[in-house]
Design a protein around this ligand. Structure first.
Ligand code: AMP
Length: 567
């Protein structure tokens, strides 16, 4: 069985193809959404998902989130005494999703289609494949997230040429992609985005608004404590989500026996978020320009990402594009469902027509050159060979010449990025090519870059003067683990003990009680301590019935606490 996985920055989901349709698979807690958070518990056992997320605040040294942002880099993240690569943490999330499917269907899962953002670079894609490998999954294909969304909407089944835009606003990122379906071939024509714009920024704006309205009140507590800041952020998220159904919602904070409230209307939310809404325009315009397409030529707009549930985002999209976007499928589930469609295509399930997917190279790829200004030479310039947003697979050649008399070697430095000078771009690797000693400029080198469907870049250099071809693999790609490193880390991950699955529900509850304890003071705190104490006592009895009853009662009380403040 090939599973489809949406490995997200904040949340991950897994889906399988069953009964001619994609279906999401719940995790050990019965939820379809697993937070992309990994931690170690007090015994050093691995916790993945909600339990780890609850401990982010109470055990920051033992918990990691948002590691997708570091995929493809060599940055390591510490959990206690151990250091993890981002692909190892991703592997632990993938392993947990794999196990959820294995539990649900009693079948081994060894293959997966994993979605990645359309703009993911070569190193980021390689890191995602390695994460799969570290989780014991053969990655059949990496599918671009917007392509997956299109597959979930069945766009590939249309028999006429279709152009559409995927508007993906998640918790922390905004991505716009323009795709085209032509003669059964789906192409990502362009992608653009903002890596630091999402639902969390809307929450921060709402918190800021609430705080500024309370500024005059001398009794208002000091919000510099992490506990209080987290409560404000969560309250903002609750209010923002409530405004999806209600005309107004009340932002409230109870602290030290006092309560502060502010009623917020849809219109006010719109005003508070206006600067952020404005920032959504830039990437949309850039993507349209790069794809050389006009809004009027788009056949459909697809909404992806939890934040697109906000009515004001839908209204904005409808205004910008002059029509209502498609939103029949849950925007936070659509990518995982599409990944399962891609998995089914791989398995050639009869229910679907075969489709060839092609994608774009998200960044320009090029080499360092020396620019000549009259008699002056200046090193460090960038010569793009493959331009950003080219449809892949693609192969492009540029010819360069030697710079010095009797030069015996050319050092070719390969970069990715859009800046004029290489120092502002990302170094991917370098290769040294021997050349015959001749006067400057007499030896030519044809540099060919080939970028394939899986986002792998290969450089080949031909020297027509000698007919030599150097087919070269870029070895110094930063942040990509070597096969030996992968083997070593695989062995290390196998040693890690995982927190027992059956205990997860109870662990989540204890972690939540601990977090709330840290966030509150006074009587509420005492009550939380009592609840934690009695729950731990009942856990000691190992009486599953009593444990479940008390858990349900406490959960209900905590729901009330988190919905409307006590005191
Ligand atoms: P994602 O990254 O796609 O998982 O989206 C996560 C973001 O979606 C978070 O910022 C959530 O606050 C937001 N979100 C989820 N459900 C809703 C909703 N009903 N209304 C507004 N925002 C939501």
């Amino acid at each position: 069985m090939i599973v489809g996985i949406d490995l997200g920055t904040t949340n991950s989901l897994v889906a399988v193809w069953r009964d001619d349709s994609p279906q999401l698979v719940p995790n050990a807690l019965g939820s379809l959404i697993t937070p992309s958070v990994v931690g170690l518990d007090d015994q050093g056992q691995v916790l993945v998902g909600q339990a780890a997320r609850e401990r982010l605040q109470t055990h920051p040294q033992l918990t990691a989130a948002l590691f997708k942002r570091h995929m493809g880099s060599a940055q390591e993240i510490s959990l206690g005494a151990r250091r993890f690569r981002p692909e190892e943490l991703s592997a632990l999330v993938l392993r947990s999703l794999k196990e959820d499917v294995e539990r649900a269907f009693g079948e081994a899962v060894t293959e997966a289609v994993i979605s990645v953002p359309a703009y993911f670079s070569d190193a980021q894609r390689k890191a995602t494949r390695i994460a799969g490998e570290l989780a014991g999954l053969k990655v059949e294909k990496l599918v671009n997230e917007p392509t997956a969304a299109a597959l979930a909407y069945g766009v590939h089944q249309k028999d006429r040429e279709t152009s559409f835009l995927v508007f993906d606003l998640g918790g922390g990122t905004f991505d716009v992609s323009i795709l085209e379906l032509f003669e059964g071939v789906m192409e990502v024509r362009a992608s653009a985005g903002d890596n630091f714009l999402g639902g969390e920024d809307f929450d921060a704006a709402l918190v800021q608004h609430f705080l500024s309205s309370q500024r005059q009140d001398k009794a208002f507590p000091d919000v510099d404590s992490p506990g209080l800041r987290n409560r404000l952020r969560r309250e903002a998220e609750r209010v923002r989500q409530a405004l999806g159904q209600e005309a107004t919602a009340t932002f409230s904070l109870a602290h030290g026996g006092q309560q502060w409230e502010q009623v917020i209307s849809q219109d006010e939310l719109q005003k508070i978020c206006a600067p952020l809404l404005e920032r959504l325009r830039g990437p949309i315009e850039r993507a349209l320009r790069d794809a050389r397409i006009r809004v009027a030529d788009l056949d459909e707009i697809l909404l992806v990402g939890g934040t697109t549930r906000m009515p004001l985002i839908r209204k904005l999209a409808a205004g910008l594009f002059g029509r209502f976007p498609a939103m029949q499928i849950n925007p936070d589930e659509v990518v995982a469902l599409g990944a399962a469609v891609q998995a089914a295509l791989k398995q050639r399930a009869a229910a679907l027509e075969e489709v060839v997917l092609t994608d774009v190279c998200p960044y320009s790829l090029g080499i360092e050159t020396t620019a000549q200004f009259g008699r002056m030479y200046e090193a460090g310039h960038y010569l793009p060979i493959i331009e950003r947003n080219c449809v892949v697979p693609i192969s492009r050649v540029k010819t360069i010449q030697t710079l010095h008399d009797n030069q015996t070697q050319v050092l070719l430095k390969i970069f990715q990025g859009e800046s004029r000078m290489v120092k502002d771009n990302i170094a991917l690797g370098e290769l040294s090519i021997p050349v015959p000693p001749r006067p400057a400029g007499e030896v030519e080198l044809d540099v060919r870059f080939t970028y394939d469907n899986n986002g792998i870049l290969e450089a080949e250099v031909k020297i027509p003067a000698t007919d030599e071809v150097h087919s070269l693999v870029i070895e110094k790609s930063p942040g990509v683990l070597s096969p030996e490193e992968v083997r070593r880390r695989l062995a290390e991950l196998a040693q890690l003990k995982v927190h027992p699955r059956e205990q997860l529900v109870n662990t989540v509850l204890l972690a939540r009680l601990e977090r709330l304890y840290q966030e509150h003071l006074g009587e509420v705190r005492e009550m939380l301590a009592q609840m934690a104490g009695s729950f731990q006592q009942v856990l000691g009895t190992q009486d599953t019935g009593r444990i479940a009853d008390l858990r349900a009662a406490i959960e209900q009380r905590l729901e009330e606490l988190e919905r409307s403040p006590w005191q």
